[in-house]
Design a binder for this molecule. Structure first.
Ligand code: 5GP
Length: 202
């Protein structure tokens, strides 16, 4: 059985990447979305074990020390990390896995899993991003300013990714996302069982 595809999705906060990923999963429940661990406090409506595994810094550090993360990063004064075990298990079972993570973590994944597919979600414009960041209404102005600064830094890393996924409308973005997944699965290097079968006959 072929291993699942590891899909790494990044994009400044406010690009709607979370919304796009959730809408994708509705259409493609066969895909597994990895649940990250974080030391950030839960926002209203977030559920432990579903949105994130919410942790104290000490527990997070001990997980780093026991090599429990595929990658981890400090982002806006909080720690975030991808727990290793579940992702490995799903990929080995042939299931495609999405990691919705920021740029520093994505680059760690790139060095460990060069075969992963890196997708950068963008809003229609920078002005729209600013509007979306302020529109969430759950953060203080200084937090929004900090996030916009971080967002611009994240944009500057865009060229390290394989695809730019425009999120102008969620449905359209999901269609584009599915096209990327399907095209990636047809790549010659992901179908070497076919190539090898032909070679055996020559
Ligand atoms: P938020 O606090 O808004 O939920 O997430 C802030 C940023 O952390 C987002 O860009 C999100 O994609 C990223 N993030 C979430 N989980 C992880 C993770 O496991 N690892 C890394 N490196 N970033 C993550």
């Amino acid at each position: 059985m072929n291993r699942g595809l590891l899909l790494v999705v990044s994009g400044p906060s406010g690009t709607g990447k979370g919304t796009v990923c959730r809408a994708l999963l509705e259409k493609r429940p066969d895909i597994h979305l990895s649940v990250s661990a974080t030391t950030r406090k839960p926002r209203p409506g977030e559920i432990d074990g579903v949105s994130y595994y919410f942790m104290e810094e000490e527990a997070f550090r001990s997980m780093i020390n026991s090599d429990g993360f595929i990658e981890w990063a400090c982002f806006c004064q909080n720690y975030y990390g991808t727990p290793k075990e579940k992702v490995e298990e799903q990929l080995a079972a042939g299931r495609d896995v999405i990691l919705e993570i920021e740029v520093q973590g994505a680059m760690q994944v790139k060095s460990e899993f060069p075969e992963a597919v890196f997708i950068f979600v963008v809003p229609p414009s920078l002005e729209e991003l600013e509007k979306r960041l302020s529109g969430r209404g759950t953060e203080k102005p200084e937090v929004i300013h900090e996030r916009l600064k971080t967002a611009l830094w994240e944009y500057s890393n865009m060229e390290k990714y394989n695809y730019i996924l425009l999120n102008d409308e969620v449905d359209k973005a999901v269609e584009r996302f599915i096209s990327i997944i399907e095209a990636e699965k047809q790549r010659v290097e992901r179908n070497d069982d076919w190539v090898n079968k032909v070679k055996e006959r020559i």
